[in-house]
Write a protein that binds this ligand. Structure first.
Ligand code: GUN
Length: 283
């Protein structure tokens, strides 16, 4: 079997089109959605992510504000900026790009953001609401994955889902979202003893580990849906995922590529959260 490829670029374009339309309607009613992005330090990958987020906003008719700080900035300066943005009614979303330099306590920074403007869904309050199955801002990457599964009509209820990775940004919220939808969820990580034992049982396999091509075709159940959240460089410096695409696509029924899979969906869901935040305030 050769898997069908889930085209994250095409789905993103469609969802972003819907977002742009809703943003235009809201703007016509006097509220233009606005996202504020804070970038600290010169990490090149973070700079690219932030540039793509700002460009995504512009294209969807969402206003964006970008605040850049040198790596040595005093945390108080960033806290003061967050407080100012929290108080500004024209700002609907606030995002602090991670990772932060070591003088920062990232949790304290994330918790300084008003939960109503936490469009990354990283605030402890929003994460707690997600755990309880209540309305919150969903973290963008796992939400993008759910959107992909739903668009492809992948049955989640009763499915064996295996998530590899336990980060606060992807693995944990991904597991919770799949659980809320009725999957039987296993979370694997770097200490898991026999990874292949678990992955071979998965109807839905989500890889979010950050290790190039570590999930090979022989670790995948025939007909499984394979979602690759990884973003790595291979031995030739080429962008690749956590899944060895060449061998996995011969076993899976559906698979996401890297690039052009989950990646574009993350920013799409950030735009969706920003729009939703603006719609909530305009009600
Ligand atoms: N760093 C890596 N992924 C993310 C993300 O989704 N949001 C933020 N703010 N920082 C990140």
């Amino acid at each position: 079997m050769t898997a069908r490829i889930i085209d994250g670029n095409a789905l993103s374009a469609q969802v972003r089109g819907e977002i742009a339309q809703r943003a235009a309607e809201l703007t016509a009613r006097g509220t233009q959605p606005c996202l504020a992005v804070i970038l600290v330090g010169g990490d090149p990958a973070s700079a690219v992510y932030v540039r793509n987020k700002v460009a995504g906003c512009e294209k969807a008719g969402i206003r964006s504000l970008k605040f850049e700080y040198a790596a040595e900035v005093a945390p108080d300066e960033v806290f003061a900026r967050i407080a100012e943005l929290n108080a500004d009614p024209s700002v609907h979303g606030i995002l602090v790009q991670l990772p932060l330099p070591k003088q920062f306590d990232a949790e304290k920074i994330l918790e300084a953001i008003s939960p109503e403007k936490d469009v990354d869904g990283f605030h402890a309050e929003n994460f707690g609401l997600l755990l309880q199955g209540r309305k919150s801002f969903y973290p963008c990457t796992p939400w993008g994955v759910m959107k992909m599964l739903d668009t492809e009509n992948v049955p989640v209820k009763g499915a064996e889902a295996v998530v590899i990775g336990r980060s606060n940004i992807v693995g944990k919220p991904m597991a919770v979202m799949l659980l809320s939808r009725g999957a039987t969820v296993t979370v694997c990580h770097s200490q898991t003893k026999d990874l292949a034992f678990h992955t071979k049982r998965a109807d839905i396999l989500v890889a979010a580990v950050g290790k190039a091509k570590m999930i090979t075709g022989d670790m995948i159940k025939p007909g499984a849906v394979v979602i690759d959240v990884g973003m790595n460089r291979d031995e030739n410096g080429k962008l690749c995922g956590d899944v060895d695409f060449a061998s996995a696509k011969e076993v899976a029924s559906l698979i996401t590529p890297v690039p052009g899979g989950v990646g574009p969906m993350t920013i799409t869901m950030l735009l969706a959260n920003t729009l939703e935040s603006a719609e909530r305030t305009a009600k």
